[in-house]
Design a protein around this ligand. Structure first.
Ligand code: MG
Length: 334
């Protein structure tokens, strides 16, 4: 059923939201008509030169949250639910989330496939429902030891979700100090080849050596066999300063696109003033970034204080110092 008023608005090309304000009697129609989510507005993300662009070829920089390791009994898995995704979108203005599926560590995918995969599916489906982007992250430090498992997993994800513009594949979280050319690139080519056989177009992000900080090594020998491939940059503001921004700027200048799938800070403290500098750098270079992590574990990067509800609805006093800073950045990201 379409109200006459709505039909008139559509016919004259006026965005129908002005009509809804006058008539909220039919909420079902209201919700089905308003489709102005971040994903419907921007569509499939694509690498264009050293930038990530939207469907209109405009560079785009998103801000959002990474979930914690999904592993059984690590604690962070309690937050893998649709209520948290919805809360982050509505209360934090989060436009992208990351399901960080633990792989080889205890309680991860290799020891309990169904529980970990179901957590990923919950976050992915919730992100699709909310109209925000979502990263499917193979969260490992040793992924090259389980290439066949990665291929099977990402083939399943591509079959399930490859048609959705929301989806981004991250095929290796943080490699250790291993060779890009001899080890990492061959791993990446194998996994990308399997994804591309099913899903020709969604963005794929590849981790870089030394905890995803050696973006310079990927820049020297980038993947040219496939399109729509970006590279991971991670930073933690207490450790990573101007030297890493300089390295990342050089990598961008050489032509590769970067994606910050994880960053962390201590929040508002006098000993950690790097967050501003990093965010200015991300803004100037149109880099997307996701804060680590949605969890209440007692460690510096958690956004929540211990014991905070696992279903969203968090007050300012539920947030840690790091959580308050992250929320302020994400909420106000232009
Ligand atoms: Mg696709």
């Amino acid at each position: 059923m379409i109200h006459k008023k709505m039909l008139i608005c559509l016919l004259v090309g006026i965005f129908p939201i002005s009509c809804y304000k006058k008539d909220t009697s039919d909420l079902t129609i209201k919700e089905s008509f308003i489709d102005s989510t971040i994903v419907s507005n921007n569509g499939l993300l694509r690498v264009f030169g050293n930038k990530i662009v939207n469907k209109n070829n405009v560079p785009i920089s998103l801000a959002g949250n990474s979930f914690f390791w999904s592993n059984d009994n690590w604690g962070g898995e309690r937050y893998y639910n649709s209520e948290v995704v919805e809360w982050l979108k509505n209360d934090w203005n989060t436009t992208i989330v990351r399901a960080a599926m633990g792989v080889d560590a205890q309680g991860g995918y290799l020891s309990n496939k169904s529980s970990n995969k179901n957590r990923v599916k919950t976050i992915v489906q919730s992100a699709i429902d909310q109209g925000i982007y979502v990263i499917i992250d193979w969260h490992s430090h040793h992924a090259e030891d389980f290439t066949e498992e990665a291929i099977i997993f990402f083939e399943e994800m591509a079959n399930l979700y490859g048609e959705y513009e929301n989806i981004i594949y991250e095929i290796y979280n943080e490699p250790l100090d291993i060779s890009w050319t001899e080890t990492l690139k061959p791993y990446a080519l194998s996994v990308i080849s399997s994804i591309r056989a099913i899903d020709p177009d969604n963005l794929i992000i590849v981790g870089t050596p030394e905890w995803s900080q050696r973006v310079d090594l990927a820049a020297e020998d980038p993947i040219t066999e496939y399109t729509n491939v970006a590279y991971t940059l991670h930073f933690y503001t207490v450790y990573h300063h101007e030297w890493l921004r300089d390295r990342a700027s050089e990598a961008l200048n050489s032509g590769i696109a970067l994606f910050v799938t994880e960053w962390g800070s201590l929040g508002y403290t006098t000993i950690d003033t790097e967050a501003d500098k990093w965010m200015n750098w991300c803004f100037q270079n149109k880099i997307t970034h996701l804060n680590w992590a949605v969890n209440d574990k007692e460690e510096e990067w958690s956004i929540l204080k211990p014991g905070t509800s696992q279903l969203g609805g968090w007050s300012q006093s539920d947030l840690t110092n790091a959580g308050k800073l992250a929320k302020n950045i994400i909420l106000n990201w232009p």
